[in-house]
Write a protein that binds this ligand. Structure first.
Ligand code: BG6
Length: 468
């Protein structure tokens, strides 16, 4: 629907940017930090490792000062569990002190820290000790780690996020094709851990807390009834499986029956469901890049697709499908970045609407952005008008959703400054601030303001009025 007049962004709306520890901090083994699973995972050939990344660990003051110059009133970052507890359980005072400094630096400029407790980087020690999330013990270790964070930072952080993109961790796990029940078991443990972490937060401090999955509206590839049903099903597996337990304490019913029928539903206890019911999110944070699109795919057809997977794109398409349910397809009606990621601001509005209508909780967008290889010109400028265009359209979609009645309280795009992408290196840049390094040549790691830096500064300062 077209509104004749758009509502303004609410007073106090959070404008900022996001990052994650392992993708930007570097200093991977400094000041007592232990290795995470990310530090030991094989690196995608041709991309850089996690040892230095953007060197944010050493340059966070400079980075936060630049965010302040952009008029951020919010900065979303993650705490590396392995800095706080190098082996996953023993406290490391130097690591704890580091995040005190980061949080204090944010407050110096009136920037609200939005703190992700877990962003893909499980302590390797716990992986070796008992196989990580596959083991129930990981729930207690995670909650104990969260308790340390609440004890230390709970009086100065207003917003915590439990687990970043649990759904992407689970759905993209290749073990889903060979040992599916184990992957759903890991997922169940993370759901219970997230719920218990929310309960502990409410017990220990006044901060608000919520989950941070990657959520997107799912389109049917055609209006064929089977495709429409496939889109509803994939919405259950891609989105609701991660939010219904967090908000309602239950699995989505059709999906639960589907998993049970296949013998892959995880082992659960009554106490787990009690914990899920008790853990109440104050809001939902979500990451959005582009809407999903699926068609119905029979069991045998999908299995063949997974077997024949070649190259990362095909591999991922295989994983974003489910035998007897659906296959993800490229939506040719959606624009795409050079990396094949969808560009769909209308999908963002649809996602905001669906989330709000379903859960009736305040929402914050904790990732959204355009990853492309920027060019640093000889005169030291970076002309990223494509990023400005991308963000402008998505911010406009937020405003439309607010006018629809959605309670959105923040927009924190990916990423505040360049950092190393999960699979495609530093070449795939998202930031407002260019980090002067290449894939393997660290150069001087200087911070350079892109055109989008100046543009976004105006957006933040004007509370979204000046979109240009
Ligand atoms: C999200 C993650 O999946 O998307 C981030 O939370 C990630 O960690 C971001 O960097 C962009 O994806 P990518 O693969 O381009 O880095």
């Amino acid at each position: 629907m077209d509104h004749r007049t758009l509502r303004p962004f609410p007073e106090g709306f959070l404008w900022g940017g996001s990052s994650s520890a392992y993708q930007c901090e570097g200093a991977w083994d400094e000041d007592g930090k232990g290795p995470s699973v990310k530090d030991v995972d094989p690196i995608v050939p041709g991309t850089s490792d996690w040892k230095v990344t953007s060197d944010h660990y050493h340059r966070f003051k400079e980075d936060i000062a630049l965010m302040a110059e952009m008029h951020f009133n919010e900065f979303r970052f993650s705490i590396a569990w392995t800095r706080i507890m190098p082996d996953g359980v023993t406290e490391n005072p130097k690591g704890i002190a580091h995040y005190h400094e980061v949080i204090d630096e944010c407050h110096k400029y009136g920037i609200e820290p939005v703190v992700t407790l877990y962003h893909f980087d499980l302590p390797q020690a716990l992986q070796e000790k008992y196989g990580g999330w596959a083991d129930r013990r990981c729930i207690d270790d995670f909650v104990n780690y969260c308790r340390v964070c609440y004890r230390e930072y709970g009086s100065k952080v207003k917003y915590f996020l439990t687990i970043n993109e649990q759904n992407m961790m689970v759905l993209y796990n290749p073990e889903r094709l060979t040992n599916e029940k184990k992957v759903w078991q890991e997922n169940h443990h993370m759901l219970v851990a997230g719920a218990k972490a929310m309960t502990a937060c409410h017990e220990m401090c006044g901060a608000k807390i919520g989950p941070a999955p990657n959520i997107t509206a799912v389109y049917p590839a055609t209006s064929r009834p089977e495709d429409v049903l496939a889109a509803m099903d994939w919405d259950q597996m891609r989105n609701r499986l991660f939010l219904d337990p967090a908000v309602f304490g239950t699995y989505p019913e059709a999906l639960e029956n589907f998993m049970k029928d296949r013998g892959v539903f995880p082992e659960t206890t009554e106490e787990d469901f009690e914990a899920l019911k008790n853990g109440r999110p104050d809001f939902i944070a979500f990451n959005y890049y582009g809407a999903g699109c699926v068609r119905y795919m029979s069991e045998s057809e999908a299995q063949d697709a997974a077997k024949n997977a070649e190259g990362i794109q095909h591999f991922m398409t295989g994983l974003m499908s489910y035998p007897g349910m659906c296959a993800s397809v490229r939506n040719e009606l959606q624009e795409h970045t050079s990396y094949g990621m969808g560009i769909d601001p209308v999908g963002l509005r649809a996602t905001l609407r669906q989330l709000y209508e379903r859960y009736h909780l305040p929402l914050i967008i904790t990732e959204n952005g355009c990853g492309v290889p920027d060019t640093l010109e000889a005169d030291g400028t970076v002309h990223d008008d494509y990023r400005i265009d991308y963000l402008r359209r998505h911010i406009r979609a937020c405003q439309e959703a607010i006018t629809d009645g959605v309670e959105l309280f923040g927009y924190s795009p990916w990423s505040a400054f360049d950092l190393v992408s999960t699979h495609q290196g530093i070449t795939k840049r998202y930031g407002f601030i260019y980090i002067n390094r290449d894939e393997f040549d660290l150069k001087d790691l200087a911070r350079i303001k892109k055109d989008s830096f100046y543009w976004y500064a105006k957006v933040c300062a004007s509370n979204g009025k000046e979109l240009g």
